[in-house]
Design a protein around this ligand. Structure first.
Ligand code: BGC
Length: 765
């Protein structure tokens, strides 16, 4: 960025004077003029039509949708994901008086045709180039399917793994999630404005605080102190907006008593005024009508009024704006200016998508339409595999159980060992399960001469038929959780027999993807009993036991930690998941993933986030004592902390060396640490920088992530890493919500996870 600025500047300096004086078209002004002119020529009905974002679906078949568009009742659509359909809809738009193009949106969350790991998996890479690669690849593929906008990134901080949508997000830490927010927006949108034909507009969601629903129960209310909001939950949305996200999707929840969808403070004061957001806002699915159920609107008319006044530009998946706004404008309850503001943003977004220059920019010509949308040749398998390998987190590895020998005979068991749909995870957009590599397929492809993989399912996902029914009732196209009709005992017997005849057991256990999804909150973080029984029976064989976990949230793994010799957390690793996991199991790739979220010991410990507040009576490991902050029935603190993950090699960190014991106001110091690969394999690790504010005007967290670096080291190689520390990184929101750094002592902590750190202090003067 900086470099290209310098190049532009030096080119300008070198240019002849006439060049400098020639009137330069200002892109922002050109857009403003274009949009204002168009708005000036629109009727009220045409304007309101633009505010309606509607989904193609059973209630709205394509022919009806096309008619609605031609009648000027629709501004954009979502869920149609092929060029012929969207061409037909765009043709319909071109029949309207002003020929204002449609845009086509879709949930492109962790890939499009190529499915990458779910959000938690992407975050586990701690590799922004990989995250950006996912978004760039997804944008290219979605744009090739005529999509202009995605409802992503989803950057809701989640500290409660009971919430099913934890899977979609990037974990618990504001700094890490903000970095990912930036990388995804850049990857989706690219640098060009209007967007290039192979990029799509990002709309960050769910604004705001959706991840803090009470009790982790989806759609529940959010109640939060302003300080926590500003400090911990809002930064990722802000980061996405600062990175240029063209859209914002508004959350379904209420915030301190006011639904986000009618929240003038959130949408106007914070988003537009304080943050300077210039882009389009869309409601979540049906959220405007839901204002009546929140009990803040007496009817849909009032709901529409509240939402448009709050600053919701487009209403998703309902007709409430279309039905109610004309009357509200005529009665003077909604000023025309408010409609103009909303329509200006919608048209501005279409301008930025490049659709006014070419409404068919991403639809292309019929002759170029792909013959088979689901063709394997449309996937970027190398990208999916490389990113997926990095997303796997090695939680345990006793006695060097892993990596496995290719000559080993492997008993592959578990309900997720051969489950293509679950490899994709939820919100896998246009991913196609038949193209997904299961663990079984991955191991079979990689096993060597003399080795063998024998499969037995061993258990169903759950023995609870009510849960199966619920999971199959979620809005999938077809039932996803299929039950083996054999009895649990029969299945376990078979698995044990296979295990006894093998050198090592690999058990793929966890959650069906629907268990970690929207509307899939849990009261337990345990593996379902059917799978626990399987693991216990496998353990009893005495064979080395490797658990390959597939799940979309931290699970409570105390029991499994004791039973297993090795545990690999794979989340839902995507199209190339099976190959990526095999790469790690056989040691072709040395695992480097780190947890972006803490794993509690039990559900009762939630929340277990690492950056919790300092306390008057903290629990101190080793000297617990009475009257300290703890649960007395089990060990206090997470089972696996934030930032944790093992490698097949070992790394040693030196003490932290600071360039100065003091920092002047506005100054900068440097923290240096030497990292050494002390093992016998090449490997990557993530060196993490945390800062603790020792004493401040308000209670501050025990520590906060402020930087990290992923690096590869050969055996015996060492490298000095230098982290700049600026006053900016010491800032926090004080009791008056001012963003300040207060003088005094700070501790710099550097480690390979959030717990095992080396520390050095300095003074801000
Ligand atoms: C979800 C959003 C999603 C939208 C459109 C809603 O149910 O909350 O995250 O983007 O549907 O599919």
């Amino acid at each position: 960025m900086k470099q290209s600025w310098i190049l532009v500047l030096s080119a300008a300096l070198a240019a002849p004077a006439a060049w400098a004086q020639a009137p330069q078209p200002n892109p922002a002004e050109a857009k403003k003029t274009f949009v204002a002119d168009l708005v000036g020529r629109m009727t009220l009905e045409e304007k309101i039509g633009q505010l309606r974002l509607i989904s193609i679906g059973p209630d709205m078949p394509i022919a009806q949708l096309a008619d609605e568009i031609t009648a000027g009742h629709v501004g954009g659509t979502f869920n149609s994901v092929n060029r012929p359909d969207n061409r037909r809809l765009q043709d319909a738009a071109m029949k309207t008086r002003l020929k204002i193009p449609m845009f086509f949106a879709y949930d492109v969350i962790h890939g499009h045709r190529t499915t990458f790991p779910i959000g938690l998996g992407l975050a586990s890479t701690w590799d922004m180039a990989s995250v950006e690669r996912m978004a760039r690849t997804a944008a290219r593929e979605a744009a090739a399917d005529s999509i202009d906008m995605t409802f992503a990134p989803m950057v809701d901080i989640s500290r409660d793994p009971r919430w099913g949508r934890t899977s979609e997000g990037f974990g618990e830490d504001p700094y890490l999630v903000s970095q990912i927010a930036r990388a995804t927006v850049q990857g989706f949108q690219g640098p060009q404005r209007p967007l290039a034909a192979d990029r799509i507009m990002a709309s960050v969601k769910h604004f705001a605080l959706y991840g803090a629903v009470e009790g982790g129960r989806d759609y529940n209310a959010v109640d939060m102190s302003p300080m926590r909001m500003y400090q911990d939950y809002l930064p990722p949305y802000k980061a996405a907006i600062d990175a240029g996200a063209g859209g914002v999707m508004v959350a379904l929840n209420s915030i301190n008593g006011v639904p986000a969808t009618s929240n003038t403070w959130l949408m106007q004061d914070l988003l537009r005024r304080d943050w300077g957001f210039k882009g389009v806002t869309v409601s979540d699915h049906g959220a405007i009508v839901e204002l009546t159920r929140h009990g803040v609107a007496r009817d849909e008319r009032e709901a529409a009024k509240l939402a448009i006044r709050a600053g919701i530009d487009m209403s998703m998946a309902d007709s409430v704006y279309w039905k109610e706004l004309p009357g509200l404008v005529r009665s003077g309850e909604v000023p025309m200016q408010q409609i103009d503001n909303a329509v200006t943003e919608v048209l501005g977004a279409k301008y930025d998508m490049g659709l006014f220059k070419n409404p068919y920019l991403r639809i292309g010509a019929a002759k170029d339409d792909p013959a088979d949308l689901k063709a394997d040749s449309r996937l970027d398998r190398p990208a999916a595999r490389e990113v997926a390998r990095q997303s796997l987190v090695l939680l345990e590895n006793r006695n060097g159980t892993l990596p496995l020998s290719r000559k080993a005979s492997i008993a592959l068991v578990g309900p997720l060992a051969d489950a293509p749909i679950d490899m994709l995870g939820s919100w896998s957009a246009a991913g196609y399960d038949k193209l997904a590599v299961t663990l079984r397929a991955g191991l079979n492809a990689a096993i060597g001469q003399g080795g063998r993989v024998t499969y037995a399912r061993g258990a169903n996902i759950t023995g609870d038929e009510a849960i199966v029914k619920y999971l199959n009732f979620l809005n999938w196209d077809a039932p996803e959780v299929t039950q083996d009709p054999r009895t649990p005992a029969e299945m376990i017997q078979e698995a044990v027999r296979v295990a006894q005849q093998s050198d090592v057991i690999v058990a793929a256990v966890g959650e069906a993807r629907g268990m970690s999804h929207e509307s899939s909150s849990r009261t337990s973080l345990d593996l379902p009993q059917s799978q626990r029984d399987l693991i216990t029976a496998l353990k009893a064989t005495g064979k080395p036991l490797v658990l390959v976990l597939m799940n979309g949230r931290p699970l409570a793994l105390q029991r499994e930690q004791k039973e297993a010799d090795a545990i690999l957390e794979t989340w839902y690793a995507g199209t190339e998941g099976g190959n990526a996991i095999s790469d790690v199991l056989f040691g072709d790739y040395n695992p480097s993933g780190k947890l972006p979220i803490s794993f509690p010991r039990s559900v009762g410990q939630i929340p277990t986030y690492y950056n919790h507040a300092r306390l008057g009576r903290p629990f101190t490991e080793g000297k617990p004592g009475n009257y300290t902050s703890q649960y007395f029935e089990e060990v206090t603190g997470p089972l696996y902390p934030f930032g944790y993950g093992l490698s097949y090699t070992d790394f040693a960190l030196s003490d932290v060396v600071l360039s100065s014991p003091t920092m002047e106001r506005g100054g900068q110091i440097e923290a240096a640490v030497t990292v050494r690969n002390t093992g016998r394999r090449a490997g990557e690790t993530v060196v993490q920088l945390y800062i603790q504010d020792v004493a401040a005007s308000v209670v501050r967290p025990v520590k906060e992530l402020k930087g990290f670096r992923k690096l590869m080291l050969q055996p015996g190689e060492e490298r000095v890493l230098r982290f700049p520390i600026t006053e900016e990184q010491l800032k926090f929101f004080n009791a008056r919500l001012e963003h300040v750094a207060e003088p005094g002592r700070f501790n710099v902590q550097i480690g390979l996870d959030s717990q095992a750190v080396r520390e050095q202090g300095f003074e801000l003067r």
